[in-house]
Write a protein of this length. Sequence first.
Length: 148
Amino acid sequence: MKMKFNLDVEKCVACGACAVACMDQNDIDPAKGQTPYRRVGVLEPERGSGALRYLSIACMHCDDAPCIPACPVCCISKDERGMTVYDNTLCIGCRSCAMACPYGAPEYSENGRMNKCHGCTVRQQYGYAPACVQVCPTKALTLTPDEE
C-alpha cells in the first residue's frame, strides 16, 4: 500500500521533535556537520495576519520523483510503499539527484555519497510509524495511505 506524509501547519508548533527523532533514528550528528533529513522552518505570515506557521520538511517522496531519472547509476527507486529510497552502495556522489530535487532533500555526506529521508522504511516494515511521525506531540505530522 502506498503511503504519503502529511503536515497540518495549523497544528505544527515547531518544537523540533521530528528533526531530533530523525537524527536519533539515523545516527546524524550535527556537531560533525551532518544535516538531519527532516528540518523545521517558519512560513512567512500572511499579509496583515501576523500569525506564524511552521513547516516540517524532508523528502516529499514525490509520485514522479525527479531525482530518480536524474541519477546516472540508478541508485534511487520507489519501494512498495511509495517511498523514494537509495541504495548508497551504488552512489558515485555526482549530486545529480540534489540538483533535480525541488525540495533540496538529498544531502552530500562525508562518505562521498548522497543521503536523504527514506521514510524509516525498516520501521514501516515492522509496523511502526517513521520516527518523525511517532514523536510529533501535536500529531501535525502523519503518514497515511495514499488514496489515488
